[in-house]
Write a protein that binds this ligand. Structure first.
Ligand code: ADP
Ligand code: MG
Length: 475
């Protein structure tokens, strides 16, 4: 049989496959293509510089053994880096590394040329190092599976998360989409998956990022003209966790780039984890092709926890904080705060604080006072009247001015912000928001939401308004 680059490489692969973990084989060897055999030098094509560095760092020994078996002791390995550019530019450019200036190679036989001029990865998360490209995971280690209490409301999502963490990219839960209302644990679970993967597979590149930050980075990269670096950076991640993808609604540019990154990762067996405050069917202004990708894997809902789960979440929190509290008080709080775990925890924290500041005993009456405040606050938070009041106060105008027919720019903006937050924080329909904010129709409200989205990604001052108001409204 004729000896070709492919046949040599296939033999090497068979040997390597028997000697390393299946997941590592899949990740690091399957994407490689043998491209040329000349004499005793085999050229293999790798997807990126990062990839090449990784092979060099972790698999140089086994590569050497495999290749020596095939081509004798003078075997040489030449890397060809394929700068895959799945975005826009269809023409991949192939870069041959001159074999002269090689450095830092442990073995004589495996000739690994090193090109200092290859493109550097530019991204805020990369910490420059000598050879290692390190990416900060942005994970919060205090969010773990262990302290995410299981109940009927979250069993599917939690267990799917655990399955993904055991075999990132290796289950049919790819992407894993966790969705559910505010304060039900989406962010916690998303971090827990990442934290557990980092624990089990320290060599994997895991990245947690909010969709909002992702969008901002993308916009910056367009401004600075390094969109390709942005895309390339995301394409080398093994486990990409994006929180609150509903934020991408209406942002077509960012959706577009995410679509390409997603496809690349998915095709390469990388894991994608997403969270959203809505089920895919209810997501508005997200491109169809992206929505259909979201549904490829598993969508798991976090529902409001039942009473028993709420009690165990509270008891666990108290236990971790070393605080003792009578059962009837814990149960009282769990009974009255039902829809949001963050508020549940908030009530317990205020209760502890109140009692220690005022040197009061924690009594059922104190608990009642605090729970009352929480429940009232919650009601106030979701009313459109309250939103109009907060926005008007912020811009120092009367609610009647905000509702008036005037077209003065700052008043229009305030009105649009009120509509935007009403859409975001209440369940009211566009039509009902419109009728409550100065008798407008649903199209006006829709237009307002889009305008606020657009302005907050292009106008710094405006973004500050949105952030300030979001803070005021989310207390
Ligand atoms: P979301 O992202 O859905 O708005 P978070 O993940 O921020 O919600 O959760 C809100 C708070 O509730 C966090 O402090 C989180 O630790 C806590 N929490 C939510 N669900 C659970 C649970 N099942 N067990 C323990 N803590 C939980
Ligand atoms: Mg969250």
């Amino acid at each position: 049989m004729e000896i070709t680059a492919e046949s040599v490489w296939n033999n090497c692969l068979n040997f390597i496959k028997d000697n390393i973990q299946p997941q590592a084989y899949k990740t690091w060897f399957e994407p490689i293509q043998a491209v040329k055999l000349s004499g005793n030098a085999l050229s293999i094509q790798v997807p990126s510089k990062f990839f090449y560095e990784w092979l060099e760092e972790h698999y140089v020994k086994i590569l050497k053994v495999a290749l020596t078996k095939e081509l004798g002791k003078d075997a040489k390995l030449v890397y060809v880096i394929r700068m895959e550019n799945t975005y826009g530019n269809k023409q991949p450019f192939t870069e041959k590394i001159p074999s002269a200036n090689r450095t830092a190679v442990k073995s004589q036989e495996v000739d690994v040329p090193f090109n200092n001029k290859s493109p550097e990865l530019k991204n805020p998360f990369i910490i420059p190092g000598i050879r290692n490209v390190k990416i900060e995971s942005q994970l919060n280690p205090s969010y773990t599976f262990e302290n995410f209490l299981e109940g009927d409301s979250n069993r599917l999502a939690r267990n799917a998360g655990i399955a993904v963490a055991n075999k990132p990219g290796g289950t049919s839960f790819n992407p894993l989409l966790i969705f559910g209302g505010v304060g039900l644990g989406k962010t916690h679970l998303a971090h827990a998956i990442g934290v557990d993967i980092k624990d089990k597979y320290p060599e994997k590149t895991v990245l947690y990022i909010s969709a909002e930050k992702f969008t901002q980075q993308y916009i910056d990269s367009v401004k600075k003209n390094n969109r390709n670096d942005f895309i390339h950076f995301y394409q080398i991640i093994d486990v990409l966790i994006i929180d609150d993808v509903q934020f991408l609604s209406g942002k077509t540019g960012t959706q577009d780039v995410f679509f390409h990154i997603f496809n690349h990762l998915h095709q390469n067996g990388k894991q994608v984890v997403l969270t959203s405050d809505k089920a895919p069917v209810d997501m508005q202004d997200i491109e169809q092709r992206l929505l259909s990708r979201f549904k490829w894997g598993l969508s798991a809902e976090l529902q409001t926890p039942d009473f028993e789960t709420r009690v165990s979440i509270l008891k666990n929190k108290l236990y971790r904080d070393g605080v003792e509290m009578p059962d009837d008080i814990v149960e009282y709080v769990a009974k009255h705060i039902k829809t949001n775990v963050r508020e549940l925890e908030g009530a317990i924290i205020s209760l502890i604080a109140q009692s220690s500041f005022n040197k009061k005993e924690i009594t059922l009456n104190l608990a009642k006072d605090i729970v009352d405040k929480f429940v009232k606050n919650t009601k106030r938070e979701v009313s459109i009247d309250y939103i109009q009041k907060v926005v008007s106060d912020y811009f120092q105008m009367d609610v009647s001015t905000l509702q008036s027919k005037t077209r003065k720019r700052h008043i229009v903006q305030a009105r649009q912000l009120a509509m935007f937050f009403a859409k975001k924080y209440t369940k009211a329909s566009l039509a009902s928001i419109g009728s409550q904010i100065g008798q407008r129709d649903h199209a006006t409200v829709l237009h307002a939401c889009k305008t606020v989205d657009n302005l907050s990604s292009t106008d710094k001052q405006f973004r500050k308004y949105v952030e300030d108001l979001a803070k005021k409204l989310s207390l």
